[in-house]
Write a protein that binds this ligand. Structure first.
Ligand code: PGA
Length: 252
């Protein structure tokens, strides 16, 4: 059985290097007994060097990357640089970056560039709101097609899709998506991928969920949501809660 995957999206946290060290240490300790779950920690860039990845158990993720190689691009960090720091995954197309102006076109270029450098893109998609006519479904369909534009069949199985409905991000477990609705959405996303790449390829594209995953809803979402893991924001900053989520998921 393929491993479940849980990605910790620290966003722009914690405030200091000493807090980051402490959090990493606790999470590392908490992952030592996991059997069926792989953990990716995606801290801000300046904390990346604090973690030495452990194969198949705890890996290193980045929260963004730049499409070019080296050069005159002040403030940017390339995928090849990230690779040289043992980064294996990168979160791309997060709604918080889309809100800062990232377009589907740019995200699709970043996906291709990450893959060229041997980094697994965690491609975020998700509607900002739902309407009773269901036009959010057409929105998701278009967002997936545009974001994955140019991605070959061969490379399609090298990405992960993180379905993150924007309305569920940064809230509480009670406002997150229900496992029934998540199940429906993961089938819908899978169907789009079948249309784009065929059944054989689509079955190998992992779909994970993000949006207020906490200890109180993680077990149910992994059991009944038809996803293979989570992208976790605020709950990944609380070491005990995060480790308990990992254990819960591992036992599900
Ligand atoms: P959240 O964030 O768990 O705080 O909702 C998830 C995300 O934005 O990736």
């Amino acid at each position: 059985m393929a491993k479940k995957i849980i990605i910790a999206n620290w966003k722009m946290n914690p405030e200091s290097i000493s807090e980051a060290k402490k959090l990493l240490q606790l999470v590392k300790k908490g992952t030592s007994r996991l059997k069926k779950t792989m953990v990716v920690i995606a801290p801000p860039f300046q904390y990346l060097h604090l973690l030495n990845p452990i194969k198949n158990r705890i890996l290193l993720g980045a929260q963004d990357g730049f499409i070019g190689g080296t050069g005159a691009f002040t403030g940017e960090i390339s995928f090849s640089m990230l690779k040289s720091m043992s980064v294996s995954h990168v979160i791309l197309g997060h709604s918080e970056r889309r809100a800062m102006g990232e377009t589907n076109e740019l995200i699709s270029k970043k996906i291709l560039s990450a893959l060229k450098n041997g980094i697994t893109p965690i491609v975020c998609i998700g509607e900002s709101h739902r309407d009773s006519q269901g036009s959010y479904l057409a929105f998701i369909d278009e967002q997936i097609r545009m974001t994955l534009a140019g991605l070959s069949k061969k490379d399609a199985t090298k990405i992960l899709i993180a379905y993150e409905p924007v309305w569920a991000i940064g809230k509480t477990k009670d406002e997150a998506m229900s496992s029934e609705k998540l199940h429906e959405m993961s089938l819908f996303i899978h169907k789009i991928l079948v249309g784009m790449y065929g059944r054989e390829i689509a079955k190998d594209v992992p779909i994970i969920y993000g949006g207020s995953v906490e200890l109180g809803n993680a077990g149910n979402l992994i059991k009944n949501g038809n996803v293979v893991g989570f992208l976790i924001g605020h709950a990944s900053l609380k070491a005990k809660e995060f480790v308990d989520i990992l254990k819960d998921t591992d036992n599900s």
